[in-house]
Design a protein around this ligand. Structure first.
Ligand code: UD1
Length: 427
């Protein structure tokens, strides 16, 4: 099993290139199912989750051509052509590896009139049902059956019909699934309480480039005028705001200075204010974002909530950063119920964190110490890397396959700015 070893205490200095966003790329790839013409995505990150989805799309009959396949290539270009959908079944073996594969449900149903998708797996951060995805598809006329771990959805004769969906809770995935279904439904669909994460804006822009009629992009109310067919397009995946935030944490905790090339401040929502409150100096540059942190960080309070509030996907990394800030921080996780699995691991490194319900109190310590730790999910793994960069001595991170799901060339990027980090083992 591969491990990552970090020897901490080196301030990061230099430039890091931000990759295309995983959480934007995955739904964009699923949108290829909606047309028989080619969809080309530029700035595609090199990640295990992207490979998993390529594999799934391929078994639906989508042909894929990837340019820039060498390990040193950033920003790959993927062309997908769903000339003929040969299978509408998304099997357990692939879906269990990554929850976002459930995003083929809406597009398959809209294009083919039916889809059978295994109930998803993915990161172990709570129960994570898909009831909202299914409720929304039913509003477009789909009949849903659940049998033997699979969801079978069937559109009415003549295809899906527009409807009104009012989400009781904001869901990123459910908004993406219904948006992709609605663009090919007959008539108008109104999506109330839609998620407005930048990745949804990216998806909507790509769908518009493919000929979809969508109004209200970037707001909580999306109106879709269905069209009978979509055409091909070329679209660049947005830069990864969570990778950006993760490297800001890494720079700040080491007291370094790093420019994040390609990062977009206007997609960061409340995260930038949180960094500033904690004492991180952030400036926009022509090339991205410049991060500086010369003095000790200050404890702050954070509560996760849908965009533009503080994202749950930054909670673990912030907790690592705040674990050696001056004073106490209170972190409240309101999106996922089991998202503190990094707490005992950070504790092994000397962090002083107490969890009660969905609230964690972090009392800043003067110094963290390296230790062997276990990565439990994608963002939790990154929090351990961040803590390791500041810790005294050696941190050995096990189960790093989680990191490979969401951070492109992590060790290369961090080594290039002066971190002492390496991957060992494997085979
Ligand atoms: C997406 C992101 C994930 C991020 C999350 C929240 C992708 C590939 N993943 O996940 O990284 O952590 O948004 O920003 O983009 N819920 C239901 N029923 C549903 C769907 C969701 O109850 O049918 C609940 C979830 O359990 C959770 C909340 O709604 O409590 C938000 O989940 P959701 O926004 O759907 O997350 P994902 O789309 O799975």
């Amino acid at each position: 099993m591969e491990k990552i070893i970090v020897r901490g205490g080196k301030p990061l200095q230099g430039k890091i290139r931000i990759s295309g966003a995983k959480n934007a790329a995955l739904p964009l790839m699923c949108a290829s199912i909606l047309t028989d013409e080619p969809l080309t995505l530029r700035n595609l990150p090199r990640l295990a989750d992207i490979d998993t989805l390529q594999h799934l799309l391929n078994q639906h009959g989508v042909s894929l051509t990837l340019e820039g396949s060498r390990p040193e290539d950033f920003g790959r270009v993927l062309t997908m052509k769903a000339g003929n959908i040969t299978s509408t079944l998304a099997p357990y073996d692939i879906v269990r590896r990554m929850r976002a594969t459930v995003l083929v449900l809406g597009p398959l149903l809209a294009r083919c009139g039916e889809a059978t998708v295994s109930l998803p797996g993915g990161c172990a951060i709570g129960t994570r049902p898909i009831d909202l995805h299914l409720m929304a598809l039913e509003k477009l006329g789909a009949k849903i059956e659940l049998t033997a771990g699979y969801v079978k959805a069937i559109a009415p004769k003549g295809g899906l019909v527009g409807g009104t969906i009012n989400f009781p809770t904001v869901s990123v995935g459910a908004t993406e699934n219904i948006l992709m279904a609605a663009v090919l439904a007959r008539g108008e669909t109104v999506i109330e309480n839609a998620a407005c994460e930048p990745e949804i804006v990216d998806l909507a822009h790509c769908l518009q480039a493919m000929g979809a009629g969508i109004d209200g992009v970037g707001t909580g109310r999306l109106t879709v005028q269905g069209v009978s067919r979509l055409h091909g397009a070329t679209y660049a995946v947005m830069p990864d705001r969570i990778e950006t935030g993760s490297y800001i944490c890494a720079t700040a905790i080491t007291g370094g200075e790093v420019e994040l090339l390609g990062a977009r401040a206007n997609t960061m929502g409340a995260v930038l204010q949180a960094f500033e409150l904690a004492g991180v100096v952030i400036n926009e540059t022509v090339n991205g974002i410049l991060v500086k942190c010369g003095s000790r960080l200050r404890g702050i309070n954070i509560s996760t909530a849908p965009y533009p509030s503080f994202p749950t996907d930054m909670q673990a990394q912030f907790m690592a950063m705040l674990s050696c800030a001056e004073g106490a921080s209170v972190i409240t996780e309101s999106i996922f119920e089991n998202r503190y699995m990094h707490v005992p691991e950070l504790g092994r490194m000397g962090a002083d964190i107490t969890v009660r319900g969905n609230t964690a109190t972090v009392r800043g310590v003067a110094e963290l110490n390296g230790a062997p730790v276990m990565a439990t999910d994608l963002r939790a793994s990154m929090s351990l890397v961040i803590a390791g960069l500041a810790a005294k001595g050696e941190t050995i991170i096990n189960r790093i396959y989680h990191l490979d799901r969401g951070y492109e060339r992590l060790e290369d990027k961090l080594s290039a700015v002066g971190a002492d980090i390496e991957r060992i083992g494997g085979g």
